[in-house]
Write a protein that binds this ligand. Structure first.
Ligand SMILES: [Mg+2]
Length: 259
């Protein structure tokens, strides 16, 4: 596939600290995807970039991820950034206020039990309970994808209020119909995000909900890697995106007027 991938990142001169708001997915975007979701981490240089951009934009930088707020705080420590967790269900805004809708915890528990039974029969599968959703990871047993997806479809059929999400080597049942796009829209109604140009970067299917709302704000979407997307821009690899992130930081630091 080499050579077919297009690097089409937004030009740095289109982005200014005073008018840009950043929204970043986490896994596959800031953090490398690894076999065990618990083992993923954000490299120190990327944490440094996030802090630089968060300060330069007066706090208009949020992480919009499928992970829970709790997991994201651990991965991003010592930073305490605005966050949207569990694909937009949970949100912590720029003032530190947490929004988390009520959900059917009993149904989440029942789904988790059913998936745990399946996982117990197949070594290498991982069931992850994230407050309002339950994920089934099959990265270490990709040949089990058809079985995993048919189980998830059946369980989804038994819980009509839940939404079935697909990702890279993962399927997930969510107790809410909120999306990453809803979370970005909520941030864009509030300081310090309101009135800025949103830039959203993601690599997976659920990020498309985020790309879909950007047009309303003349925002810029950047898709990492292959696959159909609504994003206008694309960077071929996570390393390519990290190089672009460093370039934004360096440009903005250099352009800062001398004291
Ligand atoms: Mg991702």
């Amino acid at each position: 596939m080499r050579g077919l991938m297009i690097n089409n990142a937004p030009p740095l001169e289109n982005l200014q600290p005073a008018t840009t708001a950043f929204f970043f997915d986490c896994d596959g975007t800031l953090a490398r995807i690894v076999d065990q979701p618990d083992a993923a981490g954000v490299d120190a240089d990327i944490l440094q970039c996030l802090e630089t951009l968060w300060r330069a934009t007066d706090g208009a930088l949020a992480i919009v991820s499928g992970r829970s707020i709790l997991q994201l705080d651990t991965m991003l420590s010592p930073l305490k950034l605005p966050l949207a967790g569990v694909h937009g269900i949970e949100r912590r805004n720029g003032d530190g206020v947490i929004f988390r809708p009520d959900f059917d915890a009993q149904a989440v528990g029942a789904i988790a039990e059913e998936l745990e039974r399946f996982v117990a029969q197949h070594q290498g599968l991982v069931c992850e309970v994230k407050s309002a959703s339950v994920a089934l990871h099959y990265r270490m047993r990709p040949e089990l994808e058809p079985d995993a997806l048919s189980l998830m479809s059946r369980v989804a059929g038994e819980h009509a209020a839940f939404r079935l999400l697909r990702g890279k080597m993962v399927a997930e049942l969510s107790a809410s119909h909120r999306t990453k796009g809803d979370a970005i829209e909520d941030f864009m109604q509030e300081a310090p995000f309101a009135g800025r140009l949103p830039v959203f970067v993601g690599d997976d299917v659920t990020d498309e909900d985020g790309f879909a709302v950007l047009g309303r704000y003349s925002g810029l979407g950047i898709k990492i890697g292959e696959g159909p997307t609504l994003a206008a821009h694309r960077i071929a690899t996570l390393d390519g995106f990290h190089a672009w992130l460093h370039a934004v930081c360096e440009t903005w630091i250099t352009e800062r007027p001398a004291l």
